[in-house]
Design a binder for this molecule. Structure first.
Ligand SMILES: Cc1ncc(COP(=O)(O)O)c(C=O)c1O
Length: 410
């Protein structure tokens, strides 16, 4: 059965109806609100299966968390073994130490690590640490950069350069969060020159894991300006950490922040986040900052995280995923050219970003890809170390059809 047929089966339609009754918008995540909704029952390797058994090639890959693919045998074994030993001890346990040691050994900024339950929480904690360390309240973020959904990092600039606040985020936060444009290094320097900014937070890949690349000279300038102003530089490596290289984007750039925020790959597809940074800053968590969190370093996430980090430590899975992405990017680029569809494919390591020239085609591409049996995350495709030649061939054919469908008004 095709995905288009599958989503119209009674079972899918019934689930969508039940979902609308109990979940706002029938959804659980801002990126999973598309219709027709798909309901996935199982996943393995590069594939996932809908409730009726229809198969898709997956490039959402756990929103980027699954560098090693779905249900990697080593991760499954680690989690199975741990679940039987208990999922929460309400006490320290050996795995949290092993996990932190692995992170310290891989991530340049990581002298010490504090675990959280998500990337969003890790961002909140990183900012708290920076504020505590500097005694300053203001933070700076970059236009378009995404750091999860907490209030402090939600303001953005509109077309006229005015600060805007998503619904539910108080405008009073404008006094604490300054949004700086990424084409304006001088603006960043002058904002920091006042000496009242606790932290600059950025995605070192550029906004949305490389959708809008950031000039490395901007990052170097930010590094220097932070040092000069006594401001804490925070790299949000929730997506790039362990994926673009074992040491993340900071190891690729050769620029080390005071604090890195981690998530996704670090826990092999289970929930977690972490703040990994300079020892004296992290030690504030042992003195002046109280940081609870029921699921911090929970044994299940720790077991999955350790199994994952051991496998990715030598960089081999990252290289495999990246070389797959290189081929896929060139095949998709060729497909655009031969179909005469305006657009480009941008790549950061194993992540591809689709840009179609026509905005309505861009808005339709994910649904068009799903109709062809390929699931992408909005307009991005996360490749894993287990995507195969068969996946590649199918993904190229599907993309060639999807770009035409997306470009054709209904
Ligand atoms: C760059 C970046 N930072 C932070 C987050 C938030 O992480 P989480 O979804 O685990 O809260 C995300 C989530 O996609 C992200 O892409």
């Amino acid at each position: 059965m095709s995905v288009t047929e599958a989503v119209h089966t009674r079972a899918h339609v019934d689930l969508a109806e039940r979902a609308r009754r109990v979940l706002p918008g029938g959804a659980t995540h801002a990126s999973r609100t598309y219709d027709p909704r798909i309901y996935v029952a199982r996943s393995s390797g590069s594939r996932k299966w809908l409730i009726d058994g229809t198969e898709l090639i997956d490039y959402t890959m756990g929103h980027g968390a699954l560098l090693l693919g779905h249900a990697h045998p080593a991760i499954v074994a680690a989690v199975q073994e741990q679940v039987a030993r208990g999922t929460h001890y309400g006490a320290a346990h050996p795995l949290e130490v092993d996990w932190a040691e692995l992170i310290v050994s891989l991530v340049p900024s990581a002298e010490k690590v504090r675990f959280t339950a998500s990337g969003t929480e890790a961002v909140m904690l990183a900012l708290r640490v920076a504020r505590a360390a500097t005694g300053r309240d203001r933070i700076v973020k970059l236009q378009d950069h995404f750091h999860g959904w907490s209030d402090a990092v939600s303001p953005y600039l509109d077309g006229e350069g005015r600060t805007r606040f998503p619904v539910g985020v108080p405008e009073a936060l404008g006094a604490l969060t300054t949004v700086v444009r990424t084409d304006d290094p001088a603006g960043l320097e002058s904002t920091l020159a006042g000496g009242d900014v606790a932290a600059v937070i950025m995605e070192p890949s550029g906004a949305h894991y490389g959708q809008l690349p950031l000039d490395p000279s901007f990052i170097s300038a930010a590094r220097a300006a932070c040092t000069a102003a006594g401001t804490v530089l925070v790299f949000d490596e929730v997506v790039t950490g362990f994926r673009v290289a074992p040491g993340g984007m900071q190891s690729v750039l050769g620029i080390t922040p005071e604090i890195s925020v981690l998530g996704k790959v670090m826990a092999g597809g289970l929930p977690s986040g972490a703040v990994a940074g300079r020892a004296d800053l992290l030690e504030l968590l042992a003195t002046t900052i109280a940081h609870p969190g029921t699921f911090n370093a929970n044994p299940l996430s720790a077991a999955a995280g350790i199994a994952t980090l051991q496998l990715v430590a030598d960089g081999a899975p990252q290289r495999t995923a990246e070389s797959y992405a290189v081929t896929l990017a060139s095949e998709w680029t060729a497909a655009l050219a031969s179909a005469g569809v305006p657009g480009t494919i941008r790549r950061l390591s194993s992540i591809l970003h689709i840009f179609l020239g026509d905005p309505s085609a861009q808005a339709r591409i994910a649904n068009a890809m799903r109709a062809e049996g390929i699931d992408i995350l909005n307009t991005s495709a996360f490749c894993s170390s287990v995507h195969t030649i068969a996946d590649l061939e199918q993904s190229v054919t599907a993309f060639a059809r999807a770009i035409v469908a997306a470009s054709t008004p209904n």
